[in-house]
Design a protein around this ligand. Sequence first.
Ligand code: OAD
Length: 245
Amino acid sequence: MNDDTALQRAANALTLARSIFVLTGSGISSESGLPTFRGVGGLWRTHRVEELASPEGFRRDPRLVWTWYNERRAAHERAQPNAGHHALVALERSCDDFTLATQNVDSLHLRAGSQRLLELHGSLREARCTGCASRRPFDAGGLPLDEIDHECGGRWRPDIVWFGEALPAGAWAQARAAAERADVILVVGTSAVVYPAAALATHFNDRAFVVEINPERTAISNRVSCSIAGYAAEVLPKLDNNATS
Ligand code: OAD
């Protein structure tokens, strides 16, 4: 199937869909200038996951972890939502039963205006105390390193999901239910190797028309209904135009 045919089939499926579920990963933000995790220039190519994205790493060196997340928070703030994020807002407005679940912590879907949004891996807008679980927002300047210790005896940590940790239960339950009832599932900009989020693409619904948008083949390319090889910021607006025309 060439990409024009794949695009048209996906657009037709979206036009007929009563329920749409979208799963995004870091690839959707790459045209906003943010790096992915595993591709060329990806964060996990040059940084050690276990030091920066695990509870053990945080216990060992909280200042190192916060320095890294403060830099990422500042980069998110400098970035702007791209045409892919905006196209998903338009798609949301065209369908009464629409759910967007993202693995991203960059807030770009929120800033684009997505409302039925589930942030499966949390966000870098808030810190959470390891002791008393209270929360505090932090802005583009990041969390000051001399404020990591909380008065309760715990420490402030980014309110995101690290390796070995459970996803927020409410967001996960809603995302799974939305994936189960969807007529169309769009999987955008994710390598689909990090579970449980990746399971939402193909594990819970064998009836849905599953469309993958990614310039590369991924772990699920053989299992989807159609793959569109391209960049999210180019393909998603075309999909919106074709679905609404
Ligand atoms: P990955 O780096 O694993 O995958 C990014 C995917 O985006 C790859 O398949 C790329 O081919 C694709 N891609 C790159 N540019 C694109 C573009 N312009 N349009 C569409 N696709 C593009 O990142 P994720 O799948 O997001 O978790 O990684 C999942 C999780 O692993 C992250 O949420 C993070 C990470 O460790 C935690 O930190 C818990």
